[in-house]
Design a protein around this ligand. Structure first.
Ligand code: S5P
Length: 251
């Protein structure tokens, strides 16, 4: 009988994109499916958070546009070194949502120069298939379904967006709250072991729920880690919970 959840080994063999392979290799090596969301406001906090959580995560997800003292050399260059030291990937949660030409500019220019350093980026697919053509040298994670209350990503939208994600060679997976076709990696935010919401529309599930019911591949955890009293310990707890939930979902 086929296991319900496909293994990381199977996906590593079957997926083509180098960034998808790299992510799966790190997952197997670290026994981790945890992506920590570093939604902090200063360069110092970002670097400290990356150092503390680095050993336990496969990727660090950022919103660089909330870093109040952002400076390319001060913020990005040390972060690249920390990522190399602890072997995790950098994922900029930019959620592009424009025409191809504008996304091309936003990806490579401005202060953030995302294309220089991000291994993974998030993008809406609202602009259609060819709006995604300019994201070279990174793995694109399509926003297919959102975790927030009242989101407009209804079934029809998700189905159409998923078709684009399946057919576009730059896309390695999707952010969603539902199961995806096996050729797409599934990234699930809205994960917290302590609480079911944040009073601002966010809706949380446990690691166990998202592996068992959605067959997710990677959990994305923000406040559950960076707001914890001991973020390093919290990262380790989510890493262990995520890996155990993955293993349990194979049976
Ligand atoms: O549907 C989504 C998609 C994303 S990428 N819901 C989300 O919450 N996210 C992001 O995941 C969000 O922008 C934030 O950075 C993180 C969740 O953070 P938390 O503090 O609620 O765990």
């Amino acid at each position: 009988e086929d296991p319900k959840h496909l293994t990381y080994e199977y996906k590593l063999e079957n997926l083509e994109h180098s960034k998808a392979k790299k992510l799966l290799e790190i997952a197997l090596e670290k026994k981790s499916n945890l992506i920590a969301s570093a939604d902090v406001l200063t360069t110092k906090e970002l670097h400290e958070f990356a150092e503390k959580t680095g050993p336990h995560i496969v990727a660090l997800k950022t919103h660089m546009d909330v870093i109040t003292d952002f400076d390319y050399d001060q913020t990005i260059l040390p972060l690249i070194d920390i990522a190399a030291k602890h072997n995790f990937m950098l994922m900029e949660d930019r959620k592009f949502a424009d025409i191809g030409n504008t996304q091309d500019l936003q990806y490579s220019y401005g202060m953030y120069k995302i294309s220089n350093w991000a291994d993974l980026i998030t993008s809406h697919v609202i602009g259609g298939y060819s709006s995604l053509d300019y994201f070279h040298n990174c793995g694109v994670i399509a926003i297919l379904g959102m975790s927030s209350e009242g989101t407009l990503t209804d079934k029809n939208y998700r189905d159409e967006a998923t078709k684009i994600a399946q057919s576009h060679p730059n896309i390695i997976g999707g952010v969603a709250q539902n199961e995806l076709p096996e050729e797409l990696l599934l990234f699930t935010p809205g994960v917290n072991m302590e609480t079911s919401g944040d009073g601002k529309g966010q809706q949380y599930n446990t690691p166990d729920h998202v592996f068992r019911n959605l067959h997710t591949d990677f959990i994305i955890v923000g406040r559950g880690i960076y707001k914890a009293e001991n973020p390093e310990q919290a990262a380790l707890s989510y890493k262990i919970a995520g890996w155990e939930a993955y293993e349990a979902s194979l049976n």
